[in-house]
Design a protein around this ligand. Structure first.
Ligand code: M6R
Length: 609
């Protein structure tokens, strides 16, 4: 969840600073840099954000260095403080390292190192690693790191440097780490986004790899055997502009407005508009051959996409299913066997709980289908087949364009499974859904235009509210949860998503004149039932903000505010209904003065359990 960046070559500190700015969305409690200058390691770190750090510290003293590493932290072990910020140093300050991940046997290691006389200065698990490296260092840093990681239980991506040489050593286990190849420069980073300005050519380390980077080249070895291994150089397709704000005040707002384009690209990649066919038909049919059950798994927003997926499955196929948040999956996994397809949905492809669920499913012989936005991610490497979302890099912590793209991919998938003999329920329904999908980017654009002015008014009216209730049914059951999650994560207002039918089983007790309810009441199969729920809230004088289909006079009369969305077929409503809710959350959060792209306590990818 933290960010790592490193560089060997002229201007190393500049590259690291640039990378840290780009990586801050992965964790932003503290920041630090270490550089080799005149045979000494200089470490500068603090518990502040990158921008303040660059104002407070003068880095000119190390600007001519050719070796530097840097880190932005999301605290796991130890409070947010300068001592706990990375890089961490060994006893003599000759070796320093930065780390992403969690070391599970840290208690035992701490005791052992203290007994052996090491001076520990922080409460972190990371610092223990650098002392283990120190114990094993006899002039060969790669060897010292390789032996040290053998004592670690847990996950790590490490970048280590030593005052003796111009080299950097990396190690990886269940936490992403890449090597970038530039012109006369070599880079390391936990995320390609850090380096897009410098290179498109990357080498992706695998679990168990240790690597030595020197100005003249790269050596990768297996950490257990010490034997050399080959890793392919791959070219990434993302551009640096994709990871810039391009005039928008926040990435989140830019990404909300990018949705029509992201959908256009994603849908175009899966549906051939000329003959309305599903492009990956053969691979999907092969994967689903003889399958009886689908198990959906994901976290957060991606889980809400899975909930929509589970409704698609019920409407379009005769398959059995389960749908779990990945963080609970391993405690009581559903039945998994060779006749199960596990559908894992993830923007980043690096979410630790989702990956753990995938590994477990593979152990039990299930087939794995990933829906993912990052081609080079761990999830994609683990999956038997991936259906990509083509949303481009999503930097805002709150997921927006990745979500609607995930919904589009799931609609495309089930529109095809609907036509698949033995699985599908109705070929015609599948075709109609594919047709509707082709028009979705335009509908989402219309939803955005319609939401602009009304979300201004609603946000001004309600931004001081303490709490919100979000209600929806069937496909928009997931929209209610997603709307509530968007609001709470960026505005810190308590918000609850509920299936509207559950309202009478408890939440209705909360309804009163200062308790706003957001109800998703569109012209679908549960429209009348949603209207009844709205009546019940109005009868108790609760203010209602509705997401409604265009020109719905009934809903207009019944509610205080409406956010209109264009009419689409029922399974496509979640993708248009979520749009005004994203915009509303964004505007409420900015009116409250919240840092929308870096909400407190959060990080973009949850790469630890
Ligand atoms: O990268 P992933 O899609 O696997 O991430 C899953 C969740 O961590 C993510 O959706 C999170 O809930 C977002 N902050 C929601 O906006």
């Amino acid at each position: 969840m933290c960010g790592i960046v490193g560089c060997i070559g002229n201007g190393a500190v500049e590259v690291v600073v640039e990378g840290l700015k780009r990586l801050e969305y992965r964790g932003y409690d503290s920041v630090g840099i270490a550089a080799l200058s005149k045979n000494r390691l200089k470490v500068v770190k603090d518990a502040i954000k990158v921008e303040q750090f660059l104002k407070r510290y003068d880095l000119s003293e190390i600007s001519d260095t050719r070796l530097a590493i840097g880190h932005t932290r999301w605290a796991t072990h130890g409070i947010v403080s300068e001592e706990n910020a990375h890089p961490h140093s060994d006893c003599k300050g000759r070796i320093v390292l930065v780390h992403n991940g969690i070391i599970e046997n840290h208690h035992e290691l701490r005791e052992r190192l203290l007994k052996r006389g090491h001076r520990l200065r922080s409460d972190t698990d990371t610092e223990l690693i650098v002392h283990l490296v120190e114990e094993n260092y006899k002039g060969d840093l790669l060897e010292a790191v390789r032996v040290a990681v053998g004592s670690l239980v847990g996950s790590f991506a490490l970048a280590v440097i030593c005052a003796d040489k111009e080299e950097m050593v990396l190690a990886k286990r269940m936490s992403p780490l890449v090597i970038g190849i530039g012109d006369g420069m070599i880079f390391a980073a936990s995320d390609v986004v850090a380096l897009l300005e410098r290179t498109k050519r990357f080498l992706f380390l695998e679990d168990g790899d240790c690597a030595r980077l020197i100005p003249k080249g790269i050596q990768v070895v297996d950490s257990e055997s010490g034997r050399e291994v080959e890793r392919r150089v791959e070219t990434v397709v993302w551009n640096v502009e994709d990871a810039e704000k391009e005039g928008y005040p926040h990435f989140m707002l830019k990404e909300i407005y990018e949705q029509p384009r992201a959908l256009q690209q994603t849908i175009g990649a899966h549906i051939d508009g000329a003959n309305l066919s599903f492009r990956q038909a053969n691979e999907v049919e092969q994967l689903f051959e003889g399958v009886r059950k689908v198990s959906f798994v994901a976290c957060g927003t991606a889980y809400h996409a899975c909930v929509v997926g589970s409704y698609l499955l019920r409407d379009f196929t005769r398959l059995d299913y389960s749908c779990d948040v990945a963080s609970e999956f391993r405690y009581a996994p559903p039945p998994l066997d060779e006749k199960t397809v596990l559908i894992a949905v993830s923007q980043s492809g690096e979410t630790a709980d989702t990956l753990a669920a995938v590994r477990l499913a593979k152990e039990r012989s299930a087939r794995v289908l990933a829906v993912c936005n990052v081609r080079t991610s761990t999830l994609v490497r683990l999956a038997d087949l991936t259906l990509f979302t083509l949303a481009g890099p999503e930097i805002g912590v709150a997921s927006t364009k990745a979500y609607t793209s995930q919904l589009a991919v799931l609609c495309a998938l089930f529109s095809h499974l609907a036509t698949f003999a033995g699985i599908g329920l109705d070929k015609r329904d599948g075709e109609l859904l594919r047709k509707g999908l082709l028009g979705l980017p335009m509908r989402v654009r219309q939803a955005l235009e319609a939401a602009e002015e009304v979300t201004d008014r609603i946000s001004k009216e309600f931004f001081r509210s303490q709490t919100f209730l979000y209600l929806g049914r069937k496909y928009n059951f997931a929209t209610a949860y997603e709307g509530a999650l968007k609001l709470k994560e960026i505005s810190y207002i308590h918000a609850e998503g509920y299936g509207a039918g559950e309202m009478k089983h408890g939440p209705i007790a909360l309804v009163q004149p200062d308790y706003p309810t957001v109800a998703i009441v569109v012209r679908d199969s549960v429209y009348e039932k949603m209207l009844s729920n709205v009546e019940e809230i109005k009868a108790r004088k609760g203010p209602v903000i509705a997401v409604s289909s265009v020109n719905d006079e009934k809903v207009k009369r019944l509610t205080n505010f409406i956010m209109e969305v264009p009419e689409v077929s029922e399974p496509l409503y979640p993708a248009v209904c979520v749009v005004p809710l994203q915009l509303l959350s964004y505007k409420i959060a900015t009116l409250r003065g919240c840092d929308v792209d870096k909400p407190r306590n959060l990080a973009k990818s949850v790469t630890v359990e």
